[in-house]
Design a protein around this ligand. Structure first.
Ligand code: SF4
Length: 373
C-alpha cells in the first residue's frame, strides 16, 4: 500500500522509573510535579507548530525514556494538542514505546482512544539474571503479561526490543530469548548490541563486567539473523527485523534522509531543509521559547559520510547515480580496489544502480565506511 505523503513527528518523554545500568539516553526518574511541568512545556512547543495550513504528519512516535510512564490522562492531553496542531493523516503509523511493569488498563485504553496502532516493548532478554544486571525494572512475567494484555486489547503491530552482548549472556541463553520471542510472533523485532557508554554504571564497572567475548557476540548477531529469517522476518536494517509490511515507517524516515519534527527534551528535527535540536538540559528546555522553533539551528549541508552511513544501515542501500547527483562525484571515487575487496569478501553488493551491505557487512559497517570515504 502506498502511504500518503507527510512528515514524521517524534515526541520525547524523558522519564523512567529508574535509570538502567547501561543507559545514556536523555531520561531520568522524576516526581509528579516535574512531569506536569514537562507536559505543559511540551504542549506549548507542539502548539508553536500551528499554522493556517496544518503540517501533514504520517508517522507519530512517542519515544523515551519510558513513554508508558505517563498516565493515560497526560498522554491524551498531549495527543489532543498534536491533533489540534497538525494534520494527522488517516493512514498514519502511531507508535508508543512501552516498558513492561509500567502499563495499566487505563493506559491501554488511552492508547486505543488516541489511535495508537503500533507498540514497541523494551524486553531485552527473557532471563532474570540478565535483566537484573542490566538494571531493568521488569521481570520475565511482567513482559509476558504486558504482551498478552496488548494483544488482548487488539494491537496488531507489536515490536519487541532485544539486546545481545550483555553481561552473563551466552549464545545459548540468547537463542532461548530469540526462540521465546519467535514463538510469540511479534510483527517486528529490534536487536541491539550492547555499547558500554561513558558516564554509565557499566562504564565504571567495565573491567569486571561478565561480558561475552567478540566472537561470541558476533555469533549472537549471526544467530539472530538466521533464526529470524527462518521465522519470516526480513533483516531490513542493521538492528531491525520485520515481517512483510511491518518495517517501522517512522524510523525509515531517519535512514532515508526524509524530514521529521522532534519535540521535547533533546529532540532533533529536520524540517524545511534545516536541522535543529532542543537542549538536553531540563532547565534550558523549560526556559526556552519555541515560537520560532527556537534552538540551535543550522543549515542542512549534506555530508557524504552521514548520507552513506544512514542509507547503508538499510538493506535497500542507496542509488549510486543519486549519490553522484547530490555530491557531484562517484561514491568511493579512487577507492575502487577497496570496494572490490569488500565485495569479494561478501560484505558489500552492487546490483544495477544500488549499493548495499550484506548482513556480514552490516556488522562492520563503520570500518567499511571509514575505508571508503
Ligand atoms: S528504560 Fe530505556 S530510557 Fe529508561 S533508563 Fe532504561 S534504557 Fe534508559
Amino acid at each position: 500500500m502506498m502511504e500518503t505523503k507527510g512528515l514524521g513527528l517524534y515526541v520525547h518523554i524523558p522519564f523512567c522509573v529508574r535509570k538502567c545500568n547501561y543507559c545514556d539516553f536523555a531520561s531520568e526518574a522524576a516526581g509528579e510535579s516535574k512531569i506536569d511541568k514537562y507536559v505543559a512545556r511540551l504542549i506549548s512547543e507542539i502548539e508553536s507548530y500551528r499554522s493556517n495550513e496544518k503540517i501533514k504528519i504520517n508517522t507519530v512516535f512517542f519515544g523515551g525514556g519510558t513513554p508508558s510512564l505517563l498516565s493515560g490522562e497526560r498522554f491524551l492531553k498531549i495527543v489532543s494538542t498534536i491533533k489540534e496542531s497538525f494534520e494527522i493523516l488517516p493512514d498514519a503509523e502511531f507508535t508508543v514505546e512501552v516498558n513492561p511493569a509500567t502499563l495499566s488498563d487505563e493506559k491501554i485504553l488511552a492508547y486505543k482512544e488516541a489511535g495508537v496502532n503500533r507498540i514497541s516493548i523494551g524486553v531485552q532478554s527473557i532471563h532474570e539474571i540478565e535483566l537484573k544486571k542490566l538494571g531493568r525494572i521488569h521481570n520475565v512475567a511482567d513482559f509476558e503479561n504486558t504482551y498478552k494484555a496488548l494483544r488482548d486489547a487488539g494491537f496488531k503491530n507489536i515490536s519487541v526490543d532485544l539486546m545481545y552482548g550483555i553481561p552473563y549472556q551466552t549464545k545459548d541463553s540468547f537463542e532461548k530469548t530469540l526462540d521465546k520471542i519467535i514463538m510469540l510472533s511479534p510483527e517486528h523485532v529490534s536487536c541491539y548490541g550492547l555499547i558500554v557508554e561513558e558516564g554509565t554504571p557499566f562504564f565504571e564497572e567495565r573491567k569486571s563486567l561478565p561480558l561475552p567475548d567478540e566472537d561470541e557476540e558476533y555469533e549472537m548477531y549471526a544467530t539472530a539473523h538466521e533464526k529470524l529469517a527462518l521465522a519470516g522476518y526480513s533483516h531490513y536494517e542493521i538492528s531491525n527485523y520485520a515481517k512483510d509490511g511491518f518495517e517501522c515507517r517512522h524510523n525509515l524516515k531517519y535512514w532515508r534522509d526524509e524530514e521529521y519534527i522532534g519535540v521535547g527534551l533533546a529532540a532533533y528535527s529536520y524540517y524545511r531543509g534545516k536541522r535543529y535540536g532542543n537542549s538536553s538540559s531540563f532547565d534550558e528546555y523549560f526556559a526556552s521559547d519555541s515560537a520560532n522553533y527556537n534552538c540551535k539551528e543550522k543549515e542542512q549541508l549534506k555530508d557524504p559520510f552521514e548520507y552513506a552511513m544512514l542509507a547503508l544501515r538499510l538493506k535497500e542501500g542507496f542509488s549510486l547515480s543519486e549519490y553522484e547527483r547530490i555530491f557531484g562525484k562517484r561514491f568511493a571515487e579512487g577507492k575502487e580496489k577497496e570496494l572490490d575487496l569488500f565485495s569479494k569478501k561478501g560484505l558489500i553488493e552492487i546490483r544495477e544502480d544500488r549499493i548495499f551491505l550484506t548482513y556480514k557487512g552490516f556488522y562492520v559497517s563503520n570500518s567499511i565506511l571509514s575505508e571508503l570515504l
